[in-house]
Ligand binder design. Sequence first.
Ligand SMILES: O=C(O)CCC(=O)C(=O)O
Ligand SMILES: [Fe+2]
Length: 378
Amino acid sequence: MVATTAPMPRVEELARSELETIPKDYVRPQEELKSIRDIFDEEKSIDEGPQLPTIDLEKIDSSDEETRKKCHEEVKKAAMEWGVMHLVNHGIPEELTSRVKAAGKEFFELPVEEKEKYANDQASGNVQGYGSKLANNASGQLEWEDYFFHCVLPEDKRDMSIWPNYPPDYIAATSEYAKQVRGLATKILSVLSIGLGLEQDRLEKEVCGTEDLILQMKINFYPKCPQPELALGVEAHTDVSALTFILHNMVPGLQVFYEGKWVTAKCVPNSIIMHIGDTIEILSNGRYKSILHRGLVNKDKVRISWAVFCEPDKDKIVLQPLPETVSEAEPPRFTPRTFAQHLKGELFRKTDSDGDGDGDGDGDGVDEKNMDGNKSSN
Ligand SMILES: O=C(O)CCC(=O)C(=O)O
Ligand SMILES: [Fe+2]
């Protein structure tokens, strides 16, 4: 892939330049600053408030009906109440998740000049590769992160020319992990279908149509930040995907907007964080929630997360509440839109100023959704 000139220094370089104050483009608006506190202090007080549910998937396929149903109920409840959860005993071996994390970390340890060889070219619409946010959104706001973004499944939609050649295990580990996440997505979609009283393969069929689910990996690399109380690693957004699965390096940062407050996610060993995305929220007519979330940064530790967004094809699927979820008492809460239209963010916006953060689609938000799986205006 041809290297392009970076439009501005990578956040990693800013972090290394020993600035005492961050450039103003990274400073959040006054209103938002009120809710940004030290993430390690937040972590210490997690037990005092509501917490993201932790769901044990060990019994998800149990042959004992009662045991299986109990597990399914827990997934359903968490998806309806929170739209985000820690999954444990998810079936993906720790040996594999460790390889994925080691490979991503090693890639980001390369000098910036090496990573620039994989730079994306957002101006020409190519978002795959190494990148940082461009200040092309209405608020001109930047995020304190660099990322690596690429399609990992289905195989015929991958562009292997932008997959990192270094470290040597990157391709093998990431490909195998993608396959296993694909399998987990099928299981979760079937539990969510059953939870709506549908045939178990229904949601997957609705999301995929005649194609397959598209899986995109985004490695979020959040360098240490000299003024973490002024910045965000990733600004408040909902994921547009059907489901998102996230690994991280056990440094806290993720917050979700629950019942009017920002709630910090615990670091749960060997868990995968799963988000219900807008796609499932729309198909389920709002029964399953796509929660507003954001990423905080800190002064002391680099944070890395690996998000896999599972999405429908952009133009082939029309998203709208399934007829079975609509009744006189529960009219459709979303107008039909293709996934591509939804990405443009014209039809569905949420902010924490919605009050309850329930994302009623009233169009008063600030988020642009033009990068797969994430609202950001990259
Ligand atoms: O870093 C995280 O934990 C969250 C990242 C995120 O929300 C995203 O990439 O969509
Ligand atoms: Fe997200």
